[in-house]
Design a protein around this ligand. Structure first.
Ligand code: IMP
Ligand code: MG
Length: 182
């Protein structure tokens, strides 16, 4: 049996993403206008495109760091158990921190990560997610900023993968499976 075939239907264009990031960056820049240094923390790997575009719109002194949590593996279902695979390189105690995530789905990942980073006593700890699927939530978590609310669809592109593929698409697309006959 071969793997099921799928097509990708565009859901959010590259242009809409860029426009939304400009708005988000303005909000974030004003929230942190008094910071002496904002540590922008990307959650690997899905946030790598988003964080790259976002930080270039921020009018603030920043540092960039990364953290990696266990994820879906190659499937479409969350494991719910979140483990830290790669920790921050830098110290965040007393610092302003913005955690950047691709999608809030069940909410387990970001609620775990913020709890974990909170134990290091940052001055301010905020979160931003490009996408939010509120219909899928299992734990009560809301990012401080969200790019787009989307329905319960599996999406790829702009850093987000399905079994490690399609991260390099410039837009967000929805995965649609097609039968053997098309
Ligand atoms: P949560 O812990 O269920 O909120 O899951 C968040 C993580 O699941 C995100 O960082 C994504 O990596 C992954 N994820 C959730 N929805 C999708 C999707 O539609 N496509 C690809 N990955 C997803
Ligand atoms: Mg992820």
């Amino acid at each position: 049996m071969s793997k099921p075939a799928y097509v990708i239907d565009e859901m959010i264009s590259a242009k809409s993403i860029a426009a939304r990031i400009e708005e988000l960056a303005r909000d974030i820049s004003s929230e942190f206008e008094d910071t002496d240094k904002l540590v922008v923390v990307g959650l690997l790997r899905g946030s790598f495109v988003f964080i790259a575009d976002l930080v270039r719109e921020l009018d603030l002194p920043i540092e960039v760091d990364f953290i990696e949590a266990s994820s879906y593996g190659d499937g479409m279902e969350s494991t719910r158990e979140v483990r830290i695979l790669k920790d921050l390189r830098g110290q965040i105690e007393g610092r302003d921190v913005l955690v950047v995530e691709d999608i809030v789905d069940t909410g387990h990942t970001l609620s775990h990560i913020t709890e974990y980073l909170g134990t290091r006593h940052p001055a301010r700890l905020r979160t931003i997610a490009l996408l939010d699927k509120p219909a899928r939530r299992e734990v009560d978590f809301k990012a401080d900023w969200t790019g787009f609310e989307i329905p319960d669809e599996f999406v790829v592109g702009y850093g987000i993968d399905y079994a490690q593929r399609n991260r390099n698409l410039g837009f967000i697309g929805k995965v649609r499976f097609v039968g053997e006959d098309g």
